[in-house]
Design a protein around this ligand. Structure first.
Ligand code: SF4
Length: 335
């Protein structure tokens, strides 16, 4: 049986780097995640991603530098102050330095993202950025994933050595989150105007979200001159109103990610780098949560994911690449 003709046309256009309209993305998401349309979307997006990053994957390590209950109290988040029993804690500098040194071992962790929760002072965060930038391998890009920032805050972080920031625009911003939609976008604009490379995103996506909501949220940020975008699921958190819905299936997430990858295949990011890939993060960017006792296993797993997903090379901190082979996995202790 032939593929739905309208869907086939949209998929072909996305693959040929023609922009897709929101209503066309919505149409593609009316097909189930096991349908031929979904399978083709995933395959085309994956091929495009492999091509656009020249078969090169990269690793981003994330370090929690500040944890604790968050006064924004978003209704899906485990850190929201109405349900979190965590205490406020900032990472100690000697631990941060140890992590940074470990991550530099094979010069293949291209970026380190410092995560914060709650109401961390920008000056304190700038100190962390400076420490990581000064001690990490030359060429390591330092990112932050933090709260809302003014223009001045962004300049302070940039001066401390910040390269990029993760700042997504969430589904239900202003209703399911404690942050107004415009405030969220204003932070993205402030980051971009300070010359900081922004990875935006759409999420957290749950099985209860309709294609219309997901598409609308994604398109809110595509004109804000961000460099990349993430599409991510919502984790079920006991005690939240969303827990009953569970987690979106990996197949449906892959389909949503694929449709947005094709929809923005024409996008030209403001910062071009080696191994940039598609605007929507594909499997070429492997995240490693570098916290606590299993941190090294997270890094090994990130290398294995890149290998398992067929990337032939891995990006080094200096912008060069090395072959991602079984021998390399062995050499780095990843198998
Ligand atoms: S702002 Fe971030 S950390 Fe705070 S409650 Fe919302 S999602 Fe959680």
């Amino acid at each position: 049986m032939a593929l739905d003709p309208k869907a086939a046309e949209y998929l072909s256009r996305g693959y040929c780097q023609e922009t897709l309209e929101p209503r066309e993305c919505e149409y593609l998401l009316t097909f189930g995640d096991k349908s031929p349309v979904a399978r083709l979307a995933v395959s085309l997006a994956d091929r495009l991603n492999h091509h656009m990053c020249s078969e090169t994957g990269q690793i981003m390590a994330t370090i929690d530098v500040s944890t604790g209950p968050c006064y924004r109290d978003c209704s899906f988040c485990r850190w929201g102050e109405s349900r979190s029993h965590d205490v406020f804690k900032d990472i100690e500098e000697d631990i941060l330095l140890r992590y940074v040194e470990e991550l530099g071992g094979f010069s293949d962790v291209k970026s380190i993202c410092l995560n914060t929760c709650g109401d961390m002072s920008v000056d304190r965060l700038a100190d962390y950025v400076y420490t990581v930038k000064k001690n990490a391998r030359k060429g390591t890009q330092v990112f932050v994933d933090t709260g809302e920032l003014s223009k001045e805050d962004c300049i302070t972080l940039k001066d401390a050595g910040l390269y990029g920031a993760i700042h997504s625009y969430r589904i239900g911003e202003g209703t399911d989150t404690g942050i107004k939609s415009e405030e969220r976008k204003e932070t993205i604009r402030n980051l971009v105007s300070a010359g900081i490379a922004v990875t935006t995103g759409v999420g957290p996506i749950g099985p209860d979200h309709m294609p219309k909501d997901i598409v609308k949220t994604f398109f809110e940020t595509v004109d804000l001159r961000c460099c990349r975008s993430m599409v991510y699921p919502r984790e079920p958190v006991p005690g939240t109103k969303f827990n009953q819905f569970g987690r979106m299936s990996p197949a449906r997430m892959a389909q949503i990610r694929a449709v947005f990858t094709l929809a923005t295949s024409r996008y030209n990011p403001p910062v071009r780098e080696p191994a940039q890939g598609t605007f929507v993060n594909g499997n070429n960017i492997a995240m490693a949560e570098y916290n606590g006792n299993d941190r090294k296993e997270q890094l090994y797993s990130a290398r294995r994911r890149l290998f398992n997903n067929g990337y032939e090379r891995i990006l080094k901190v200096d912008g060069s690449t090395t072959n991602l082979t079984l021998a390399y996995l062995r050499q780095t202790g990843s198998v």
